[in-house]
Write a protein that binds this ligand. Structure first.
Ligand code: LRH
Length: 471
């Protein structure tokens, strides 16, 4: 059988969607049946996700999915990485924190007192990011003591829908507590950090069934289907759908973050990889996502939020980018990897301060700020591609940009120019497509291995080509 439908729940840092994918003899059609905002909330305890609002959006979307496609074979859920809720039995012990909450500095210190970054890298292969789950958990001693399970965000939704508690492996690889070699929980490290080993649920791989919808949920949604694990880390799903030849290409999954790297068969755990702060995250189909986190479109969206604050004005992004493309004269380029840009707040102010402190021209108009952001991202992307290639030994003939950033023509062109490599842009919906493909394969609607799936993506969503200006 090669015809059938599945539903993808794709949760991003600013919005969530539910998408029905129909596989018809090798081709794939997508219909967005639910869309909702993701609006984190500052509480006295810190910056937190509005989990119940998201869950309402997920349920409304799935209800619509069952209405338009009553026979969906499965549901797959992906979201941003690292964040979690702790549970005791069937009670959540608090609302998940946002990874941009600044409480983790103390956690970093506590963890590094017990295990150096060198030791951690040998064990988990992860780049240092202050919000990696292990640092967050280190801030929550009293709560972890009371908990009997930790569920990452997509697994949390799977539990809400099915009652089953599991940990999908690609996302578990972002916690810092998964052994990069065995791909099992590193319980020895957990014990060393004073974390109860009982909180780490059974690991499942993309394609594995998690469970049927709870009867009460099925009744409310007007249908039933199993929840199936996908690359539940959104970046893992996106990389599945990069239409690349992995032995000679790099990818940039560009949304809130720019995840820049290559796909390898084995982790790269050299001193040089550690020194360049490159990560080895688990990919679907047993691959490794060897990449670096660059700040991404967050720089732009957070600037826009600042400009719109306190007024009714809505900034038109395409118009702003068109103006940015016309900016002439010297443009300041800042380090898009600088952690100073991580927390929410006045982004243009921080950019201006960085540029002025580093003797660079400071933008004076919004278009100039936008151009400075695009140039700085393109520079950071080009640098990270070069480093990924050197560290992995993979020659990069093409850079694929997928996700929202693939629609930003100025960014695609300037990345091609600064890297001196052809950029192929799209698909914009890579994450949802990767989610759907893994489910389609599990259901028997999609045939072939990863390479063939990527060829099918390229045929269904032909990428847009950007040739470097110097060529
Ligand atoms: C992108 C992403 C990224 C993580 C970050 C927390 O959405 O999952 O891969 O590093 O969010």
């Amino acid at each position: 059988m090669t015809t059938g439908s599945v539903a993808a729940v794709d949760l991003g840092a600013t919005s969530g969607r539910v998408i029905v994918g129909r596989f018809i003899d090798g081709s794939i059609e997508m219909e967005t049946v639910g869309r909702f905002l993701n609006e984190p909330i500052q509480t006295p305890g810190g910056l937190q996700w509005d989990l119940m609002a998201l869950y309402r959006g997920v349920r409304d979307g799935l209800r619509e999915a069952f209405r338009v496609a009553p026979d969906i074979a499965s549901i797959g859920i992906d979201s941003w990485a690292v964040d979690y809720a702790l549970l005791r039995g069937d009670r959540m012990l608090g609302t998940p924190f946002h990874y941009r909450d600044e409480r983790t500095a103390a956690g970093v210190e506590a963890v590094h007192d017990v295990a150096s970054f060198e030791e951690l890298y040998r064990r988990n292969g992860l780049q240092f990011l202050p919000f990696n789950t292990l640092y967050q958990l280190a801030c929550e001693q009293g709560v972890t003591d009371a908990a009997d399970a930790m569920l990452l965000v997509p697994d949390l939704f799977a539990w809400l829908l099915t009652g089953e508690k599991v940990a999908e492996r690609t996302n578990a690889s972002t916690t810092g507590l998964l052994d990069v070699t065995t791909k099992e929980w590193d319980l020895e490290l957990a014990e060393k950090l004073g974390l109860p080993t009982r909180i780490f649920p059974k690991l499942v791989d993309p394609g594995e069934a998690i469970g049927e919808l709870l009867p009460s949920v099925a009744k409310e949604l007007g249908g039933s289907a199993p929840v199936v694990a996908v690359g539940s880390h959104d970046t893992a799903s996106a990389v599945v759908a990069v239409p690349m030849k992995a032995d000679r290409a790099a990818y940039i999954s560009c949304g809130t973050w720019g995840l820049v790297g290559v796909e390898t068969r084995e982790p790269v755990l050299t001193d040089a990889a550690r020194e360049h702060n490159f990560t080895n995250e688990g990919g679907a189909f047993g691959r490794t996502r060897f990449l670096h986190n660059v700040m991404g479109l967050w720089l732009l969206s957070e600037s826009i939020r600042e400009w719109e604050r306190g007024s009714d004005e809505k900034i038109d992004l395409p118009a702003l980018l068109a103006e940015a493309a016309e900016v002439t004269g010297e443009i300041g380029v800042f380090d898009a990897n600088d952690p100073v840009f991580m927390p929410p707040g006045d982004m243009p102010g921080r950019i201006a301060q960085w540029l002025s402190a580093n003797g660079q021209p400071v933008p004076s108009t919004r278009a100039e700020f936008a151009r400075s952001i695009v140039e700085s991202l393109a520079e950071a992307f080009a640098g990270a591609v070069r480093t990924a290639s050197e560290l992995s030994g993979i020659p990069v003939e093409t850079i694929h940009i997928v996700g929202g950033g693939s629609l930003n023509q100025l960014l695609c062109q300037r990345t091609a120019d600064r890297a001196g490599v052809v950029v192929e842009a799209g698909p914009v919906e890579a994450t949802a497509i990767g989610n759907l493909l893994v489910q389609g394969r599990a259901a028997g609607y999609v045939e072939g291995e990863l390479d063939e799936m990527r060829e099918a993506v390229a045929a269904a969503f032909p990428p847009k080509r950007y040739v470097p200006a110097s060529r």
